[in-house]
Design a protein around this ligand. Structure first.
Ligand code: ATP
Ligand code: MG
Length: 391
């Protein structure tokens, strides 16, 4: 018996009792969903870990790439699973290092205390046999280039592996409530969504457009970003597409243009809170960042958040430098999509001199020039829902 598998480690040490079961079950489901397209794949719980098995040789890379995107996984190792039997352990170990050169050491972990050799004895025996089988290798126990791990488990199962790949860590998606991500086509909001998914929030997205002022290509861009985010969000992202066209035309016609962005953002957050309440979503997630952009001064954020009464607003990027956000956008592969130059509804009807320190009473006075509630109702009621699947 010899099977290729992947061993998955998660941060189980922080968890106790009921929470631990919930965490493990959620993670198991997320792994299964992420690997759903891989033929014959099997995901099983083994003590303290998960094991993926059954996949064909050509699907190993796909499995690895999917696992790299699952929140709650700390690290994982492609391994071979063999029967606990000395000759099998030796031949599988030799095989694992057959293409390598340089220095190595063997590290054995014996959970099965009924096996006659202890871990030191196993390591020494296997190390000796590797040395005589591969003349390009030398032992270095202090600073080896390769570490061959032998994990002797219960039920006559032994795992052998040399590589440990880092996962993204965090908590499994679905463990920390639901979040409505305000998703523009920009760089920041996809990163904000990723960070909250990584902390275990199940994401939904809300995108505002002003078609036909914003183009069909701008929408496509949001769908492509959603596809990337879906990979981190248990395989899918439900996106609500909401038109602000009429509202923007009305503010443009009736209000002092220096308040355009403030007014637009207050309408966005009003729609967002209503949607959260209707769908049972627990929080709003925004890519705002404290800074000098007119819409992102503390005064602007205060006047805008004022419309949201009962739902928390999460701003995971609030203290990031732009470069820190860009680095993560590159890591999650959204950057190149985000920088495509299409109009966003925040960039049309933009005044040259937007107010940077809006006063609430002045903004409310501008809003009185419109039928705010009716316009927001109209946007809300014409919202479309699109379910985007990860590829
Ligand atoms: P981003 O890079 O995410 O577009 P930004 O630096 O352009 O952010 P703003 O335009 O002030 O900053 O937007 C701040 C946040 O408001 C965005 O991160 C996003 O969460 C939300 N937002 C902005 N425009 C839209 C939109 N068209 N649809 C949905 N949410 C939006
Ligand atoms: Mg933007």
């Amino acid at each position: 018996m010899m099977e290729k598998v992947v061993l998955i480690r998660y941060g189980e040490i922080f968890l106790k009792g009921k929470n631990r079961n919930f965490f493990e079950n959620t993670l198991e489901n997320n792994i299964k969903n992420a690997l759903i397209s891989v033929d014959n794949v099997n995901v099983a719980k083994i003590p303290g870990r998960f094991m993926v098995s059954g996949f064909g040789e050509f699907d190993e890379d796909i499995v690895i790439n999917k696992l790299k995107k699952i929140a709650g996984i700390y690290s994982f190792s492609p391994a071979v699973l063999i029967e606990t039997q000395m000759e099998e352990i030796i031949s599988a170990s030799i095989d694992q290092l057959s293409d390598e050169q340089g220095t190595f050491k063997v590290v054995t972990n014996r959970a099965d205390k009924s096996f006659p050799l202890n871990s030191m004895e196993i390591s020494r025996l296997v190390g000796g046999r590797i040395l005589s089988a591969n003349r390009n290798l030398k032992v270095d126990v202090i600073n080896p280039q390769h570490i061959l791990n032998i994990d002797v488990r219960e039920n006559k199962r032994t795992y052998i592996f040399t590589k440990t790949i880092k996962g993204i860590g965090g908590m499994p998606v679905g463990c920390s409530g639901k979040g409505l991500l305000l998703l523009s086509g920009g760089i920041d909001s996809p990163v904000a969504g990723f960070m909250m998914a990584k902390r275990g929030a199940k994401l939904y997205a809300l995108h505002f457009h002003s078609f036909p002022y914003t183009s069909e290509l701008a929408r496509l861009k949001v769908e492509e970003l959603s596809q990337k985010i879906a990979e981190y969000n248990a395989g899918e992202l439900t996106v609500f597409m909401c038109s602000m066209t009429k509202y923007q035309e009305m503010i443009n016609r009736n209000c002092n243009p220096i308040y355009n962005i403030t007014l637009l953002r207050r309408a966005m957050f009003t729609v967002a809170e209503r949607l959260c309440k209707e769908k049972g979503i627990d929080m709003i997630i925004s890519g705002e960042n404290l800074g000098q952009v007119a819409s992102q001064t503390i005064e602007s954020m205060t006047v805008v958040s004022n419309v949201v009464k009962d739902i928390p607003i999460m701003r995971p990027l609030i203290a990031f430098d732009k470069q820190e956000t860009i680095d993560i956008a590159r890591q999650i592969d959204t950057y190149d999509i985000s920088i495509r130059p299409y109009e966003d509804c925040c960039t049309i009807f933009v005044p040259d001199n937007p107010v940077t320190r809006p006063k609430l009473f002045k903004v409310e006075a501008e809003e009185k020039k419109l039928d705010f509630d009716k316009l927001v109702d109209e946007s809300y009621e014409t919202m479309e829902t699109v379910v985007i699947k990860a590829r």
